[in-house]
Design a protein around this ligand. Sequence first.
Ligand code: IVH
Length: 695
Amino acid sequence: MSETALFNMDMEDAKARHTKLVKEIRKHDAAYYQEDNPTVSDAEYDSLRQELEKLEAEFPEFVTPDSPTQNVGSEPSKGFQKVTHAVPMLSLSNVFSEEDLEEFCGRVNRFLGYPEDKKLEYVCEPKIDGLSCSLRYEKGQLVLGATRGDGATGEDITHNVLTISDIPQNLKGTHIPEILEVRGEIYIARHDFERLNKSQVANGKPPFANPRNAAAGSVRQLDSSITKERPLRFFGYALGEFSAPLADTQQGIRARLQEFGFEQAEPSTVAKTPGDMMAYYKQVEEARPELSYDIDGIVYKINDIELQERLGFVSRAPRWATAHKFPAEKAITKINAIDIQVGRTGALTPVARLEPVTVGGVVVSNATLHNQDEIERKNIREGDTVEIQRAGDVIPQVVRVLEEKRPKDSQPYDFPEHCPICDSIAIREEGEAVTRCTGGLYCEAQAKERLKHFVSKGAFDIDGLGAKIIEQFYEEGLVKTPVDIFTLQANDKKSLTPIRKKEGWGDVSAKNLFEAIDNKREISLNRFIYALGIRQVGEATAKRLAATYTSFQGLKEAMIKAGDVEDEAYAELLNIEDIGPAVAKDLTGFFAENHNLDLVERLTQEIRVDNHVQDVKQNTPVSAKTVVFTGSLEKMTRAEAKARAESLGAKVAGSVSKKTDYVVAGADAGSKLAKAKDLGVDVLTEEEWLALISS
Ligand code: IVH
């Protein structure tokens, strides 16, 4: 409908159109959010919404609190309770080839201090392509079912899991622990999927794209009578919290879970060498088309639970397991254009805009081209027909160009020498793959990306302030720097065009946004450091900095001093695990800029930085102590010792100084031990250290 048509509409027609639009948008919202199965393209959906917004601007009396225009910025409320997982639900690292797999096994052996070729047992089983779910049993009775969510918190779907016949409501068998959380995958079998889609179509409903989407949509239903109609199944494959161990091997856990009434994915095996693991992988890959459910790879898990515990976790994945993905799915399509995206740190990333094509059940319209070298190496041009691939959740990539299909007038791609956004010179430094915009704060793209980073998950994590809203507020001049986020409400009160009056907003959504911002006025030190978006300072480095300097003031003073490489603050900085001269340069560079210090100063007037480090155990015998390991340890490798110390809140340093609390000296300790004695630092044997951390 054109704009003039809208304005000439009489009230009655307008009301009828409004009712129709609201109904239609709600239907699409439900399909998208509750069924995970969008029924229209983004563009069509946006145009419906725009029409509704214009209509409501013209006829404000039509706006009701439940109009779809009243809840932009967050998904429509789904009515699911949030659940904090007692033990986080992790994801898995990936391997894609035999070499990757060998490297994985080698890394496990190295971490444990075993010879590279020592044979360890791995349980191998299919990786089911469904959605993960955690089931909590108390005294053998199912009390909670939850989705994975972001791993830390999920949604309560108990009412829906109760309808799944594969999920026992009461555990069978004996010796059932008081508390037991079973993790596994909810999925739909292929034959059931075919039948489900036939009945969808027969009932005039759109079919689901694949069994995974159908399962996800079915589980996230508010009305469990709908879920009950869906042919959902469940495999149990891991544990969350438990009050008593089930077995001392993964294979044993499988057997116990089976006794309790959980189906196990088959075929499975226990392999003893990477060669056996590969043989199993190939066997399952061959059998894949005949399996009754979709799988996207193999999962290998160390069989011995004691070794699993020693290996522990790194960021969000276990060191003791990995997923071996089947080869990527491929498709042929055309590159309509090559665009350049400018990231938070100014990196120019070329992106291929593709003729949309379905690859493995997902419509793909962009592929990353990484950098200038990649474009030159593969000789990629606009207008080319290309083969693309996507594996799992990895960003789609261009594999090769079909040069025989290249248009006659095609020209090689000219990588820009200026930033496409701010026109500053773009520079590629010696030995670097990335070209960067030199515009810094002047570059709007960088400024926007930095804001998006600032509000992202690992940083301030502000609900309802996503990338789209940041873009919009930036364009409108409402939020230009992070400080503006926290003064948004105060400024809004004085504004002639307050947010609640904006297109797509209302009283409720504006209030929710301000509340979400207020909820984040207190932040842990590590998140705050990460939020600043200093190049090369990711979540792990931010945590180490927070643990070392313990307050923002402390960090700032130290970084200013460390700007002088002769100062001992510089040596102290390099002494932190994983911080080398390059990261040190980015850190001290950040604190050398007055505009950065000024920004932080203004920020801390709006928020409070809480000097604790998140997710690290507090009040352990070694919290906040600085430890140096030296010499060769007997019971564990250096890597394992460090990982354990850090998870207990200790700081691991590379060299001994006055600030060292303990030096743990193994056999043949040399100069570090001597220095410790010199400085009067406590020296512990490996046994004494182990006794200390378990006390
Ligand atoms: S074990 C601590 N085993 O894959 C490790 N996961 O990409 C727990 N998945 O989040 C996971 N089949 O949802 C495991 N046989 C299997 C699996 C499996 C599918 C899923 C799981 C996980 C995801 C990681």
